[in-house]
Design a protein around this ligand. Structure first.
Ligand code: UD1
Length: 420
């Protein structure tokens, strides 16, 4: 199993290009199941999770091939299997995103209960309830969600009682081929959802209310193939910007949609960093200073993204001042803080709240990654620690960050991967 070895203390500096968004690419790849025609996706990031989605779609009978330039061709003309098996789903929770498309196009789907990051119980009750509202009969047997709609799905009205990204995506992908009109209320509005809706519209789906909390979808009889550019990864971009801020450095990232960073930009400014941006680039300059601590409360978009919380805790551990970080989206998502304490961070955890007192520096230590974003935060902690940090179980980071050590090396970090 691979580990990352970091010798902290280097100030990051340089230019990177953003990767395509993992969380947009995964539902868009699943959405190609909705048409028998060929689709081409550009800027699909090369990650363990996108590879898992390729394996899953291929196991269903889709033809998927990657080209060198990160373009991917996908065609689901005739599937021979409507089942997402435990072996694949357990490694990637987003496998549940094939549920809606399979049910909509084939009238049946079997998906193992998802695994993924160990960040709380993460139920899928809303995915099931919205499909039931559209007429699906769903049973749970031997660890599988088995959904049937032999005569097709029907339009329905449904209000989500919790804002769910994956639940919204599954519901929309089911509704686009349902008979009649579906109205979904209290939907998630993350930029990755807007990206999925853009792809579906390009396939011929009729969707109104994009960018609001209510979507109205007029089902169509069939969808066509489409060619689409996946949006840049705002969480990857945010992670490198926080790493630059924490090390007092200066980083420019190209191929970015700065507006998608939303309140993360405000939080970075509160650290004292100087931000500048153009249509497709963003630059952060900390001018060699120590960052100021920032208070954070996570919330669904346009609130502060839970996927950036861990990185800001890492920054706060070495920032000037005290801070409070409250995680409201997932339970049990402050685990990385315990590892950072082993590096000398001063953090008190009380339920969903972390209270942090900034120290001038952390000390390198062996630590263990527990989930994807936690891993990224430990990398940032390693970059600001004195001495050597060894991060084990980095398979989590390979799920969501393309070539993280290569990118950080380009920015001047002393980081390398070793295989045990
Ligand atoms: C997606 C993202 C993940 C991000 C999260 C929140 C992908 C592949 N993953 O995850 O990176 O951290 O959004 O922005 O896009 N919930 C229920 N019932 C359900 C579904 C969800 O109660 O049926 C709850 C969850 O337990 C959680 C909250 O809703 O407390 C938000 O989860 P959700 O938005 O569904 O996250 P994911 O789609 O799994």
């Amino acid at each position: 199993m691979d580990s990352l070895i970091i010798r902290g203390g280097n100030r990051l500096g340089g230019t990177l290009t953003a990767s395509g968004s993992k969380n947009a690419a995964l539902p868009i790849m699943a959405a190609t199941l909705l048409t028998p025609e060929s689709c081409t996706l550009h800027r699909v990031p090369i990650l363990r999770d996108t590879d898992t989605m390729v394996t899953l779609l291929s196991s269903l009978g889709a033809e998927v091939s990657r080209r060198d330039d990160k373009a991917m061709a996908l065609q689901s003309s005739a599937l021979h299997q409507l089942k997402a098996p435990y072996e694949l789903v357990k490694t990637m929770r987003a496998s549940i995103l094939v549920l809606g498309p399979l049910l909509a196009r084939y009238g049946r789907a079997e998906v193992s209960f998802p695994g993924g990051c160990a960040i709380g119980s993460r139920p899928v009750d809303l995915h099931i309830r919205v499909l039931e509202a559209m007429g699906a009969v769903v049973e749970v047997a031997e660890g599988y969600i088995i959904a049937d709609a032999p005569t097709g799905l029907s339009g329905a009205e449904f209000t989500f009682d919790t804002v769910t990204v994956g639940g919204t995506e599954n519901a929309v992908m089911a509704a686009v081929l349902a008979t009649g009109t579906t109205v979904l209320r209290n939907v998630a509005q993350e930029p990755e959802i807007i990206d999925l809706l853009g792809f579906l519209q390009q396939m011929g789906a009729k969707i109104e209310g994009v960018g609001t909390d209510t979507l109205t979808i007029e089902g169509v009889a069939s969808l066509s193939g489409a060619s689409y550019h996946v949006m840049p990864d705002r969480i990857e971009v945010g992670t490198y910007l926080v790493a630059a801020a924490a090390t007092g450095g200066r980083v420019r990232i190209e191929g970015v949609a700065p507006a998608a960073l939303g309140v993360v930009r405000d939080a970075l400014q509160q650290t004292g960093a100087v931000l500048s941006e153009g249509a497709d680039w963003i630059c952060l300059d900390m001018e060699g200073r120590r960052p100021q601590a920032v208070d954070i409360v996570t919330a669904p978009f346009p609130g502060f993204p839970t996927d950036m919380q861990a990185q800001f805790i890492a920054l706060n551990t070495i920032a000037e001042g005290r801070s409070t970080v409250i995680e409201t989206v997932f339970e049990n998502r402050l685990m990385q803080a315990h590892e950072m304490k082993r590096m000398g961070a001063e953090i008190d955890i009380d339920g969903d709240t972390a209270r942090i007192t900034g120290r001038p520096a952390l000390q390198g230590a062996p630590v263990m990654a527990s989930d994807l974003r936690a891993s990224a935060s430990l990398v940032i902690a390693g970059l600001v620690a004195s001495g050597e940090t060894r991060i084990d179980r980095i398979y989590h980071i390979d799920r969501g960050y393309e070539n993280i050590e290569g990118n950080l090396q380009c920015l001047g970090a002393d980081i390398r991967r070793i295989s045990a």
